[in-house]
Design a protein around this ligand. Structure first.
Ligand code: ATP
Ligand code: MG
Length: 317
């Protein structure tokens, strides 16, 4: 069979930088100025963390998203390139700036403001059906942050399935808390659905995970629910697997654990590994994420990931 594959995984997603301010003297007040001791500017967004970490695991990843023409756009593209994510299909908006999240850290808690900017402008027309034919898997994250794509999710996933791809979707949080996407029109075309506990219960307007899954399993394929330090669960119409966490007694932070979990799952899934192995490896990558600050620091390269997995979690791969 000829090899027409451009990427193993195409990520369609939101892109933004995170400006993280630390050591802030008190809460901001209108009309006054306060000082912060530290600031870092780093690659943000669930989709970009997923893409970077999946690429570090050795999967060939391409990205479609939209940024502005400002310096933040350059920062995002450089960071993705550093992790060998292909960025040639990332579009530049001439009418608005790159998305950004300003995070004010107060100890364990943070207040965040997000400007969605260019990420709102990505639409289904930006996704060339010919490109879909050259990739094996489509992953989409942060449905509610991508206003221009949201209404066309059923169409996009259907198009991907018709082009012979496998697909995955992480809905992420809905800042408007309306949770208004038609799951019954989308999930039949999604091979792996990857919400967390709060997202699946809000999306299905139920109070617990079992009831939520029961509501959608008839028209879903593989449903994986992330439940923080309780672990994760997987359902298909025939299987139910419970995955405990890999215990980390010295957590740095959990930023991006869900995206790293997704990267682990999709890395194994696209290598056609059994579902129990996909889920276990996902949990391992979620745990690896918690050993270093932020979402991508633990994932500098495969050797380093293997090193963390064996020294911190006694797991060799
Ligand atoms: N403290 C922890 N120790 C070990 N593993 C963890 C820890 N927190 C999370 N994980 C692993 O990572 C997975 C995903 O984490 P979580 O449930 O927080 O995802 P999420 O809510 O989607 O996160 P995100 O905020 O990154 O979107 C968990 O199911 C678990 O396997
Ligand atoms: Mg998440």
């Amino acid at each position: 069979m000829e090899n027409k594959t451009l990427f193993d995984v195409l990520v369609v997603g939101e892109l933004n930088v995170d400006l993280i301010l630390d050591g802030i003297e008190k809460f901001p007040e209108i009309g006054k100025e306060i000082l912060a001791k530290n600031m870092i500017i780093t690659l943000g967004s669930s989709s970009a963390i997923f893409a970077s970490n999946l690429s570090a695991l050795g999967t060939h990843v391409g990205f479609i998203g939209k940024v502005g023409t400002d310096n933040f756009a350059d920062k995002i593209i450089t960071s993705l390139n550093k992790k060998r994510v292909n960025t040639e299909y990332i579009l530049r908006s001439s009418s608005t700036n790159t998305g950004a999240t300003i995070a004010l850290n107060y100890g364990e808690d943070r207040a965040m403001i997000t400007f969605t900017g260019a990420m709102d402008e990505l639409t289904i027309d930006d996704i060339n059906p010919e490109l879909l034919k050259k990739v094996k898997h489509l992953h989409l994250s942060s449905t509610f942050l991508q206003k221009g794509l949201k209404k066309d999710l059923p169409k996009l996933f259907k198009m991907a399935k018709q082009a012979g791809l496998t697909t995955s979707l992480d809905p992420q949080w809905d800042p408007s808390e309306k949770w208004d996407i038609p799951l019954n029109d989308i999930l039949p075309y999604v091979d792996v659905f990857l919400p967390n506990r709060k997202e699946i219960t809000n999306l299905t307007r139920t109070v617990d995970i079992d009831k939520a899954v029961k509501k959608i399993l008839d028209y879903s394929n593989i449903v994986v629910v992330k439940d923080g330090s309780n672990g994760a669960y997987l359902w298909t119409s025939e299987t139910h697997i419970i995955q405990p966490i890999f215990k980390n007694s010295n957590i740095t932070d959990c930023i991006g654990a869900g995206d790293s979990f997704n990267a682990g799952f999709i890395d194994r899934f696209t290598r056609k590994k059994p579902l129990a192995e996909c889920l276990e490896f996902a949990a391992l990558m979620g745990a690896v994420n918690t050993t270093k600050p932020g979402g991508t620091t633990a994932f500098s390269n495969l050797e380093e990931i293997r090193n963390i997995a064996s020294t911190r979690f006694n797991f060799s791969f």
